[in-house]
Write a protein that binds this ligand. Structure first.
Ligand SMILES: NC(=O)c1ccc[n+]([C@@H]2O[C@H](COP(=O)([O-])OP(=O)(O)OC[C@H]3O[C@@H](n4cnc5c(N)ncnc54)[C@H](O)[C@@H]3O)[C@@H](O)[C@H]2O)c1
Length: 354
């Protein structure tokens, strides 16, 4: 891609928002490993879901900077853009948990829609070569369980079910409007459910692994027949990299690996891998408005950009379980609330830009 070069270093500068969260952090690791000459600035507000200890391994690298900032803070965002003059902005920052959106929708509208508007306004003002919005397949709503022939394509109408997905759809529309109205060079990816290292313990796969390790009940919503389409997080990161560097401006790309599983089967696989009895599984009251099935048709990104997932579900789940076994400290700190102290310890003396 033709990109504006950073005047100071002549290397591309990326602002990655939400990089202390699950996918954003994995994306930063992917970037640092594959493009050691490029500069990565992580912008994160460190909500309950953002954990600075996740970024420990990159914190001291000369081509990395952490900026403690809210994407809704217009002045702070302007200052960071003025300092860094980014070439590329990838927006992972979001409130991302559907259950929480049912309790407090306003927080989701604020961060996911207004926060995105703050970023794209800064992109307009300072000029960038690409703004990439990390969206979700949940903007398409759900598919019936009895029609396995149906998949979400990029042309599927937006049809949201939860305040979370409605806020993500709102952001997508705004991003596209900035492309059409102001010519902002944007792309959007809509990915299926991710899993892998550093996944926050409230989400299905890590929750079940951690509960099973403690021989605690494994709470499954309803009958557990809801189907999700799972992708190993590193494959999502590679897809975003492909889209930003080679994707067509103004386009949406669906990302998924044709890996549909019922929730109950995921939980059973985790029990099997960990040698735990299935009688730990308990069925609890279903989520309000629970989507039945998500299934992505990823043929556009495969055809146009040659992207294919590298990790199949069985291997990915084994790797993920092994990671949680080997990184007990990371998730124990989160569960105990200790990770909040980590910020003070690691970052208290550093420059805070807002
Ligand atoms: N997890 C999935 O399966 C999945 C699938 C498809 C798309 N997505 C999208 O990918 C993105 C990342 O998801 P995730 O699972 O890593 O989320 P996450 O909840 O693990 O992380 C979100 C990060 O954003 C930060 N953040 C939240 N509000 C902020 C604000 N106002 N300003 C700055 N930073 C803020 C948090 O501190 C955290 O570090 C989200 O936009 C989500 O919608 C997620």
């Amino acid at each position: 891609m033709k990109a504006k070069q950073n005047a100071k270093t002549d290397a591309l500068t990326w602002i990655v928002t939400g990089g202390a969260g699950f996918i954003g952090a994995n994306f930063i690791f992917y970037m640092m490993e594959n493009y050691p000459d490029e500069r990565v600035v992580c912008l994160d507000k460190l909500t309950y879901a953002g954990n600075l200890s996740t970024l420990k391994s990159v914190m001291e690298k000369p081509n990395f900077r952490f900026a403690y900032l809210d994407i809704c803070d217009r002045e702070g965002v302007r200052r960071l853009f003025a300092e860094e003059r980014p070439d590329i902005v990838v927006n992972f920052a979001a409130e991302s948990h559907v259950d929480r959106s049912i309790e407090t929708p306003d927080v989701f509208l604020n961060t996911n829609i207004l926060g995105t508007s703050t970023l794209i306004d800064a992109c307009r003002e300072f000029g960038i070569s690409r703004f990439h919005q990390v969206s979700t397949d949940e903007v398409y709503g759900d598919l019936p369980l009895d029609r396995p022939d149906l998949f979400f394509t990029e042309e599927t109408p937006l049809h949201t079910s939860s305040p979370y997905s409605a806020s993500k759809a709102g952001a997508d529309l705004l991003v596209m409007a900035y492309h059409r109205t102001y010519g902002l060079p944007v792309t959007i990816s809509r990915c299926s459910n991710n899993y892998g290292p550093f996944h926050f313990p409230e989400k299905l796969i890590p929750l079940m692994i951690i509960n099973a390790l403690h021989d605690k009940p494994l709470p499954v919503y309803g009958e557990g027949v809801n189907v999700r389409d799972w992708l190993y997080v590193e494959d999502h990161c590679r897809a975003i990299d492909f889209i930003v560097r080679h994707g067509r401006v103004g386009e949406v790309y669906n990302v998924g690996g044709h890996n549909e599983r019922r929730n109950i089967d995921i939980v059973r696989s985790i029990c099997r891998e960990l040698g735990k009895p299935e009688n730990l599984i308990t069925h609890v009251t279903d989520r309000k408005g629970h989507d039945m099935r998500y299934a992505i048709d990823p043929s556009k990104i495969q055809r146009e950009l040659g992207w294919l997932p590298k990790t199949n579900f069985e291997d990915g789940l084994k790797k993920t379980i092994r990671w949680y076994l080997e990184h007990e400290r990371w998730w124990k700190e989160i569960i105990s609330g200790e990770y909040r102290n980590y910020y003070e310890k690691m970052y208290g003396s550093r420059k805070v830009i807002s």
